[in-house]
Design a protein around this ligand. Structure first.
Ligand SMILES: *Cc1c(COP(=O)(O)O)cnc(C)c1O
Length: 226
């Protein structure tokens, strides 16, 4: 490796070497300037994750069109319209009302948008998402035909903010269990239901161990955020 190789490229290379095949790396670029995303793009990165609608809408036109944009933050129904024309996947879908609005805006734009249902698995009160029981109940009456333009692609979750690895592992395990249950049960007719988005800089290895197919990594690529 050349000594001029930049830090972002080095970080991406190191991550890729440790990741198993078949897991998608989403580079979480929230708060980071476009120049840094360009460096990651130059290094071959194509999936980027952003948390804020306004920031995503500003960055997207400044970057190459073949980027897959993943919206990973909390999305309000009234903001779906600003990202529906280009967003590839929305990770934080925490109600079927929001899914309905995504469907409406996807159809309006002649697009299909991947969606992941967010499940609350952490011990903290503050994190968004369905409770497992709530999702079981709602999934039982789910009709894909009611949501044109939406590809229900799987589940997403965030573990507790803790040093306790066994707690993190058991939270990821519970999400994988729910995913398997829905895949063979309520969502068994959905060929698209294949993705499990779990794991961030601090816990992605545990997440991958427990069956994650998409990891959302920010600070280990771009450095810590202010
Ligand atoms: C910020 C964020 C990440 C990335 O966090 P890092 O610790 O910087 O890797 C992943 N997922 C979500 C939902 C986030 O908000």
């Amino acid at each position: 490796m050349s000594s001029e190789m930049n830090v972002i490229t080095e970080n991406l290379t190191a991550l890729k070497q440790e990741m198993p095949q078949g897991v998608l790396l989403i580079a979480v670029s929230k708060t980071k300037p476009v120049a840094l995303l360009q460096e990651a793009y130059q290094a071959g990165q194509r999936a980027f994750g952003e948390n804020y609608v306004q920031e995503l809408v500003e960055k997207q036109p400044q970057l190459p069109a073949d980027i897959d944009w993943h919206f990973i933050g909390h999305l309000q129904s009234n903001k779906v319209k600003y990202i529906a024309s280009f967003v590839h996947c929305i990770h934080g879908v925490d109600s079927f009302k929001l899914l309905k609005e995504i469907s409406k805006q996807a159809v309006k734009n002649g697009r299909t948008i991947q969606c992941l249902l967010q499940v609350h698995i952490a011990s903290e009160e503050t994190k968004f998402g369905f409770s497992p029981d709530e999702l079981r109940t709602e999934a039982a009456s789910f009709q894909p035909a009611d949501y044109p333009g939406v590809e229900l692609a799987g589940l997403m979750g965030m573990a507790s903010f803790t040093e306790d690895e066994s707690q993190i592992r058991s939270e990821f395990k519970s999400l994988k269990g729910l995913f398997d249950e829905l895949k063979s049960g309520a969502f068994s007719a959905l060929a698209s239901f294949n993705q499990l988005s779990m794991g961030m800089s601090s816990d992605w290895k545990i997440a991958v161990d427990e069956g994650s197919t998409m990891i959302r990594v920010g600070s280990s690529i771009f450095g810590s955020r202010n």
